[in-house]
Design a protein around this ligand. Structure first.
Ligand SMILES: Cc1ncc(COP(=O)(O)O)c(C=O)c1O
Length: 453
């Protein structure tokens, strides 16, 4: 048995576990590094400890100080637990979109949560990061961990995660697969493994298919933590300094549905309960394994435990609401006529949009959704990219309006309820129109008057 003199010593040294069920038919050995077994339940405990210790060393955090961070959750958990042990106050800025379990855990360590709901570009004064920075500027003794640009984040993985993988595979690892959020995990671990193997280990960045790192359109995704989202109105797109892109040999893009399916399958066949970003990493590894042979050893880093997501990826209601329950035909579950949806782009002018829709044969009363402009050819947008709705008739009536659809958008319907295929929440909201989501993407619309009751 291992004995630790404090909880901080128990961070890291997570197990490597061989997969034997989900790997059926694949030749390489595949091991997962189960970061969910850290004391806070995720890989971020390592970065949190490293950043906080470094801040103590360089004097930016002093006794009586306040630890502050903007985070999608796990770094907040790590910082809250380390700070609780060391006696610092902690204030975490996060959004209501993250799993409730993470917020509850942060509070359990005695940390304060400031919820920021604004959906705005990163450099906007109301963004998560701006609000955290503002708080630090106004609070004496406050220190912003700043995981996106803090060198102590990747350094944690160079010093611990990488050496652990090398030692635990007896130097046999040939492929390393990890998700990319701040980039700390993959940059530090990947750099160590490449150095120690003299370039022998290949490093794969597993990503949501929409993530901008690997060339996706930057739109939102459902899996927390991994990937790089770009707000549709962002004028600058800064990538984190924690990310060393030169370490990554290739990116593998995974759709939300595939990631969710992967962790559900992992739990049911291997008995390993892992989070959503683990699903991205695992799905990518299984794809990579198809082209490898029995001499290869893949290590897949699973960033956190599935226990944090029992109300989301492992919850039937959540899956239904967001369209992740596979159905053969949305109209059979909605119980109404589901119309295929037509889109116009917010940056189109009114005449441009009207002309395009007319040439596509759209009828006067057809519902048209206005979506943010994004490069790329994804046919169905994430709901956060849908601004509102209108009809061809309404557009025609507004033909004298100058400016693009974004500036006049408020003149149109602009009311929309994202609802589940069973239309439960919709009734309560009282809206006339709802979108239908399939695998989390808007694929159709349904009108209340068409409900089959
Ligand atoms: C659940 C989860 N998975 C993966 C990542 C990505 O790790 P990193 O920031 O080290 O790239 C994060 C980061 O926030 C995360 O919260």
């Amino acid at each position: 048995m291992v004995r630790y003199e404090s909880v901080l010593e128990s961070i890291g040294a997570t197990p490597l576990i061989r997969l034997t069920r989900v790997t059926e038919g694949l030749r390489p050995r595949i091991y997962v590094k189960a970061e969910g077994q850290n004391p806070g339940g995720g890989v971020k405990d390592r970065a949190a400890l490293s950043m906080l210790r470094q801040a103590e060393i360089d004097g930016s955090l002093r006794p009586g100080g306040t630890v502050v961070e903007a985070t999608s959750g796990n770094t907040g958990i790590g910082l809250a637990l380390v700070a609780a042990h060391l006696g610092y106050r902690t204030v975490i800025f996060t959004s209501s979109q993250i799993a409730e379990e993470k917020r509850a855990q942060i509070r359990a360590y005695g940390a304060e949560i400031r919820l920021v709901d604004a959906f705005v570009p990163r450099d906007h004064p109301d963004s998560l990061r701006s609000r955290a920075q503002q708080f630090v500027a106004e609070t004496p003794g406050a220190w912003l961990a700043g995981q996106y640009d803090n060198p102590a984040n990747p350094a944690a993985h160079r010093a611990t995660t990488g050496p652990e993988i090398w030692a635990d595979t007896d130097g046999r690892v040939t492929h390393f697969v990890a998700t990319v959020g701040t980039g700390g995990t993959i940059s530090g671990t990947g750099r160590f493994l490449k150095t120690v193997s003299d370039g022998g280990v290949q490093v794969f960045g597993a990503e949501p298919a929409t993530s901008a790192y690997g060339g996706g359109d930057g739109s939102q995704k459902y899996i927390e933590g991994a990937g790089h989202f770009v707000h549709p109105q962002a004028t600058v797109d800064d990538w984190p300094q924690s990310l060393d892109t030169s370490v990554i040999d290739a990116y593998v893009g995974i759709e939300d549905q595939e990631a969710i399916d992967a962790i559900r399958h992992l739990a049911r066949t291997e008995g390993i309960l892992a989070g959503g970003s683990s699903g991205i990493a695992l799905a990518a590894a299984l794809r990579i394994a198809q082209n490898l042979d029995k001499h290869h050893t893949i290590v897949v880093l699973l960033p956190d435990s599935g226990r944090t997501y029992l109300s989301t990826y492992f919850n039937e209601t959540w899956l239904n609401i967001n369209g992740f329950t596979r159905t053969t035909d949305a109209s059979t579950t909605v119980g109404a006529r589901v119309s295929p949806v037509r889109f116009v782009t917010a940056t189109d002018s009114v005449p441009q949009a009207t002309q395009r829709l007319t040439s596509q044969g759209a009828g006067e009363q057809d519902v048209i959704l206005v979506r943010h402009h994004r490069d790329g050819d994804r046919p169905s947008p994430h709901p956060s990219d849908v601004l509102g709705w209108t009809t061809v008739g309404e557009l025609r009536a507004a033909s004298n309006v100058t400016g693009d659809l974004r500036t006049v958008g408020a003149a149109f319907g602009a009311g929309l309820t994202i609802t589940d295929p069973y239309v439960t929440a919709w009734d309560a909201a009282g809206d006339d129109l709802a979108v239908v989501l399939e695998s989390g993407r808007v694929t159709g619309v349904v009108a209340r008057k068409d409900l089959d009751r």
